[in-house]
Design a protein around this ligand. Structure first.
Ligand SMILES: Nc1nc2c(c(=O)[nH]1)N[C@H]1C(S)=C(S)[C@@H](COP(=O)(O)O)O[C@H]1N2
Ligand SMILES: [Mo]
Length: 317
């Protein structure tokens, strides 16, 4: 058995939970001070500015990947398989009008309109993103905790999992009409209920202070920062609570390569490549980035390792 030596994870930089600001306070403060503390990039086409309070649960001190890379190096197979396809082929995608249906094993099933979601108190979360392909980014998301939305629909005691579904719209998503589809549509993902209720799990409606660009999963997508990027399902239209482990797209496609849990784990290699290190995107200059070590749970172990106490993470990868 191979033994990996982990670099020590950075000391937790989680700041104490800040007092919640009212949206009005926030807008006033934002007008005076700059809303996100980041230098605001030029708006992407079609994007609107979003107000968000700084996220108390973000890893402070992470340097965000440049907006250009976040929006031009994407995986979104509904638009094609190349990293540039989502940026190049999503201009006709219409993220409005849009609703998300939340149902299944809940006491109060609801349909949310995207405008109502955007009107909630929003928070900026600067998270690492680690793709299973061994590249990584740091993305300043804007969104809200999934658990706040789930609390409103009142999960039943019998609910054990949360299943997510992306939109199916071949007329606006050229990858869905392909003759040799890699995945079945809709793209589906799922979490265990306790993972979905973890405060780090968010629904993102924006990044870099703007509404979500089409290529990043407009108008709303899941972000689970301690898991491989494919768990972060884009353009979500349905969330369903259930008592049975749901099917998930990549797991169905290749169960030996993509587990249900998909926790970032440098000690469990992909059958075709090492997961011990990763290539940070957008940091490299002309000769490309040097690799950096991959952290257990993508650096969020102090917050989430307890969810997996007693589990064999080599078997349940
Ligand atoms: N619907 C859908 N969601 C998806 C994907 C996809 O192809 N379709 N790709 C996943 C993968 S593999 C990754 S790494 C992330 C990439 O998110 P980003 O392009 O916003 O960085 O989205 C995930 N969500
Ligand atoms: Mo990925």
């Amino acid at each position: 058995m191979r033994v990996f030596r982990y670099p020590a994870p950075p000391p937790s930089s989680i700041t104490p939970h800040r007092a919640w600001l009212s949206r009005r306070d926030l807008l006033a403060a934002g007008a005076a001070a700059g809303l996100t503390g980041l230098v605001m990039p030029p708006r992407a086409a079609g994007a609107a500015d979003l107000a968000a309070r700084p996220g108390a649960l973000s890893n402070a001190g992470l340097k965000p990947t440049p907006l250009r890379d976040v929006t031009h190096y994407n995986n979104f197979y509904e638009f094609g398989l190349e990293k540039t396809d989502p940026a190049d082929r999503s201009a006709d995608f219409q993220p409005r009008p849009w609703t998300i249906r939340v149902d299944g094993m809940v006491a109060k099933p609801r349909t949310y309109d995207i405008d109502a979601l955007l009107a909630r108190p929003l928070e900026e979360r600067i998270y690492r993103m680690r793709c299973v392909e061994a590249w990584s980014m740091v993305i300043p998301w804007i969104g809200f905790a999934l658990r706040d939305l789930l609390a409103e629909v009142e999960p039943l005691g019998s609910a054990k999992y949360v299943a997510f579904e992306s939109v199916v719209r071949p007329s606006q998503m050229p990858g869905q009409g392909g003759v040799l589809p890699v995945l079945d549509w809709p793209y589906v993902e799922a979490l265990r209920l306790d993972e979905a209720l973890h405060p780090l799990t968010i629904l993102a409606v924006g990044l870099y202070g703007q509404t979500l660009p089409n290529q990043n999963g407009a108008p709303v997508r899941l972000v689970v920062p301690w898991k491989y990027g494919f768990k972060g399902i884009k353009s979500v239209v349905r969330i369903r609570l259930t008592d049975r482990m749901p099917r998930t797209s990549w797991n169905v496609r290749a169960p030996d390569e993509y587990g249900f849990y998909a926790n970032v784990n440098p000690a469990v290699d992909h059958p075709r490549w090492s997961q011990a290190s990763e290539r940070p995107i957008g940091t490299g200059g002309f000769f490309g980035a040097s690799r950096q070590p991959t952290l257990p749970f993508n650096g969020y172990g102090a917050q989430v390792a307890g969810l997996y106490a007693g589990m064999d993470l080599r078997r349940d990868f």
